[in-house]
Design a protein around this ligand. Structure first.
Ligand code: ADP
Ligand code: MG
Length: 398
């Protein structure tokens, strides 16, 4: 059995016309001899009746402190509605389909509501369905605890569902259908001349996703890489071949690509920069921050101060922590992290200097920098971020 996992994101299932298009992708794959497992996100974006944010806002307008457990139960609804609707679309076209929640699809998680960790994946029922020639349509983004509580896998979680099922079912590939033709050198909404990357390595795309390119979720990339399952990013509304994500050595088969220093630019808004000054118990506070599952990055440690950034979402929680521990701090809100990504950045001298010079030339102030093997990131003011992305896109001739 040649298994193909096809995931359709929020916009791809938001209207009857788009669902028809999405269903035709499934039918085409079935006709090509694949046993297809479909994964869907909730329909549409905030404001649309069954979109996840709409549901959250509805309940939060009543009780802003609703528990994470109940919130997860609520958030499971969007994908369930979407999967039943999608299965109906397939049935109408004469293809048998059966809906599965994340739990029914065998995705077992811990009880870290809102961002649950996977314990195991046992897709027995999906396999049974495939053997009967019935297309399983799985509600993305969700799992179940061993006690039976419904959980969610964090934002972008439907990508994670698709990758997990691809790995567990040893699929030929996982196709992520979205509203752009593939992974581009930058967010096409910011850089109009951004272009499609035909092939890219797991590593780079992971960095891309980690640094804020929301086109695919980093966890999904990690899982696909672990299972060595090719990931393909495609457009539901077009027939373009999309972006193939594979191992590094397979991803670069021409000199032009290998020569290119930078693969793309990503940005992440809603960052807050925190400065801890003269804090004696700094080491232990970092432990506490980690225990509270607040993720930090761009960390610079000096003898007299520590500087790092967090997501705006965690800011209140962090403030409370710091105040409880009598730690003096200052902060800067409305920051954005702009990153250049490329496997070949490592070892090439002068790349950071070029980034700094290009941004300075455009009077974009840099608050903090960081670099790793394959990324260089700069923290800038959020209202300068889009300009910074365009400047760097030009600087590296992407
Ligand atoms: P879906 O609902 O299908 O999961 P997302 O909104 O999560 O879709 O991801 C698709 C969006 O990602 C695109 O519309 C695009 O604006 C954005 N994006 C950000 N960076 C990139 C990039 N480098 N290449 C392509 N799309 C990108
Ligand atoms: Mg997405």
């Amino acid at each position: 059995m040649k298994i193909l996992v096809q995931k359709f994101g929020g916009t791809s299932v938001s209207t009857p016309e788009r669902r028809e298009k999405a269903a035709s992708k499934v039918i085409e794959a079935v006709k090509n001899g694949f046993s297809v497992v479909v994964v869907v996100s909730a329909m549409g974006r905030n404001g649309d009746p069954y979109a996840t944010d709409t549901l959250i806002n509805m309940v939060k307008s009543i009780d802003s402190n609703i528990s994470k457990r109940e919130l997860d139960l609520l958030m499971n609804c969007g994908e369930i509605i979407s999967s039943v609707t999608f299965a109906a679309t397939l049935s109408k076209k004469g293809y048998k389909a059966k809906v599965f929640t994340g739990g029914q699809a065998g995705i077992i998680t811990d009880d870290n509501f809102g961002n649950a960790e996977i314990i195991k994946v046992e897709p027995t029922r999906l396999l049974e369905s495939l053997k009967e020639g019935i297309i399983p349509v799985v509600a993305g983004f969700q799992g179940i605890t061993e006690e039976g509580d419904l959980t969610t896998l964090g934002r972008g979680g439907s990508d994670t569902t698709a990758a997990l099922l691809g790995e567990a079912l040893k699929a030929s590939a996982v196709e992520i259908y979205t509203d752009v033709d593939g992974i581009m050198t930058a967010d096409p909404r910011i850089v109009s001349k951004a272009h499609i990357l035909k092939k890219i390595s797991y590593n780079e795309v992971f960095q891309f996703a980690e640094q804020g390119a929301r086109v695919v979720h980093p966890r999904a990339v990690e899982i696909a890489m672990r299972g060595n399952i090719p990931l393909v990013i495609k457009n539901t509304m077009s027939d373009s071949p999309g972006t193939i994500i594979t191992q590094y050595n397979e991803a670069y088969d021409n000199i032009y690509d290998i020569d290119k220093l930078v693969t793309g630019i990503a940005n992440m808004d809603h960052r807050v920069q925190i400065v801890l000054e003269n804090s004696e118990n700094a080491e232990s506070i970092f432990e506490t921050i980690a225990e509270e599952k607040i993720s930090i990055d761009l960390i610079n440690i000096f003898p007299e101060k520590q500087v790092f950034t967090i997501s705006e979402m965690d800011f209140k929680k962090l403030q409370k922590l710091l105040e409880e521990n009598n730690i003096k701090y200052s902060y800067r809100t409305n920051c954005s992290k702009v990153s250049i990504i490329g496997n070949r950045i490592r070892g090439v001298p002068g790349v950071m200097a070029r980034v700094i010079k290009a941004l300075s030339r455009h009077n974009i102030e840099i608050y903090q920098t960081a670099d790793s093997h394959n990324t260089i990131s700069c923290l800038v003011s959020q209202d300068k971020a889009e300009e910074a992305v365009r400047v760097l896109h030009d600087e590296f001739n992407l």
